[in-house]
Design a protein around this ligand. Structure first.
Ligand code: ATP
Ligand code: MG
Length: 249
């Protein structure tokens, strides 16, 4: 298959050097990308860096959190040099706790019906459209589906989410939590099918150290490397990628 070269408008730059190089410039604009990994592997940090880098380039973004309350999320962010409080104050970056919205909708019950989850999805869409965001994050899709009771309800909801995101013009990152050392892309086994791209964050043990790994598994419409990279997280540079072999030196 011939891969069509995309112009800059059609590419969403992550601002994470090696990632954009690996993708031939950036993520195809409008894609839905699943960022998969175990606990603490850097999903939230990668998504935040993508969002803040976009905002620095005049691309407004929204981050819907379901797993962490806003005060913790902001506190963690303050530890990184890529964080700029002004981007939040100016409304270029919007951090929204979906649990607070669901409480306001009266959806603070233990179990959701598909209608409840759809109502939440409608609000999410309205917010994204009203803010005219170019970048959208849901952290995490696993938690978003958690209160749905049956695999059928989860499947229906994930497909609905997929078609809603596909209709939006923004580039979306969905985080997905998987148990450590499992080669699977999602908790429910269907999230990957609504996604145009999959980024897999893993761990690799070397002499008692856990090395973070990063791999692009798929990215529709892009000719990309599938090489496993070593990923580091530092206050100064946030997420950084280097070929795994070079990181051994
Ligand atoms: N300021 C910082 N400087 C360097 N490393 C940091 C900093 N803040 C966090 N980290 C590293 O990032 C890790 C957490 O990353 P992050 O929260 O993005 O992971 P996650 O995959 O979203 O985790 P979870 O599954 O718990 O949501 C921490 O365990 C720590 O190792
Ligand atoms: Mg997280």
């Amino acid at each position: 298959m011939k891969i069509v070269e995309l112009s800059n408008d059609e590419l969403c730059l992550s601002g994470i050097g090696e990632l954009d190089v690996m993708l031939g410039g950036g993520i195809p604009t409008g894609s839905t990308v699943l960022v998969v990994g175990g606990s603490g592997c850097g999903k939230t940090t990668l998504c935040m860096q993508f969002l803040l880098n976009g905002a620095k380039n005049d691309e407004r973004g929204v981050f819907f959190t379901i797993t962490e309350p806003l005060f913790k999320l902001t506190k963690n962010l303050e530890g990184f040099d890529f964080y700029d409080k002004k981007l939040i104050e100016s409304g270029m970056v919007n951090l929204i706790d979906l649990r607070i919205i669901s409480e306001r909708l009266g959806l603070d019950t233990e179990k959701y019906t598909v209608e409840d989850a759809s109502a939440l999805l409608d609000i999410l869409k309205d917010i994204a459209e009203e803010l005219n965001v170019k970048r959208l994050i849901i952290d995490s899709i696993t938690a978003l589906c958690y209160r749905l009771q049956t695999p059928e309800m989860i499947r229906d909801f994930i497909f609905k989410l997929g078609s809603s995101l596909a209709a939006m013009k923004c580039t979306t990152l969905l985080t997905s939590e998987v148990p450590p050392k499992k080669f699977q892309y999602s908790q429910y086994g269907i999230e990957e099918f609504i996604s145009d791209g999959i980024i897999f964050l893993g761990d690799y043990e070397r002499k008692g150290d856990l090395i973070r790994t990063f791999q692009i598994v798929k990215m529709r419409g892009a000719s990309h490397s599938r090489t496993k990279y070593a990923m580091s997280i530092s206050s100064k540079n946030g997420v950084e990628l280097a070929p795994l072999l070079r990181s051994r030196e």
